[in-house]
Design a protein around this ligand. Sequence first.
Ligand SMILES: C[S@@+](CC[C@H](N)C(=O)[O-])C[C@H]1O[C@@H](n2cnc3c(N)ncnc32)[C@H](O)[C@@H]1O
Length: 200
Amino acid sequence: MLKPSLDVTQKITSVVKRKYKNVAESLEHQFRYPTGKDGLQGLQYPQELIEWLPEEVAQWYCGVGNPFSLSEIRSGDHVLDMGCGAGIDTLIAAKLAEPEGSSIGVDFSEDMIRRAQSNKELAGVENVSFQVVDGTELPFIDEQFDVVTTNAMLNLAVDKESVLTEAYRVLKSGGRLHVSDQILVGAAMCSEQAMDCWFK
Ligand SMILES: C[S@@+](CC[C@H](N)C(=O)[O-])C[C@H]1O[C@@H](n2cnc3c(N)ncnc32)[C@H](O)[C@@H]1O
């Protein structure tokens, strides 16, 4: 796989972090697809899980698919959510993995992790934790998780190969990888202009 230069990686990463600093404050006018509860409903998350989430937590959802439709999270599973944002999928995974299982959400945006911590308090979920971590360098041992899930993060990661290599490293043999994302159809541009419209 072609690796982008350090310069391009740093530029795109700083644009992504700036965007998600704003998203952690408000989702208004930030996305072209439905977010919050509308997004969860449109993507057919189970109704009982949508109802279980407090409204003030669900409003922060900005995923593009339903990773739980790919395989079920079982009671006792240990789940890693990469690019967890405000932590909605991480909280849902923790709920499904109760009582012995747990979930960890990681994101490289400190602001999104602060939002996720606040959502954990609002949802009153105990078996979940959040950490500021870049998906290209996970601070976890090999084969720690039953499930690695990611929703709308891989498209933003410049070094997708490292993110996927890390996901496989921390996944138990026979574990499940859930990828929910959007892809670019057509040629990729590489210019300042392309960077400006990274999110559009
Ligand atoms: C569109 S949001 C999705 C958030 C969440 N998964 C959801 O479905 O609501 C993408 C998240 O990925 C995070 N992200 C992007 N690249 C990352 C990376 N290399 N490492 C960790 N997090 C990353 C961003 O900071 C952002 O919070």
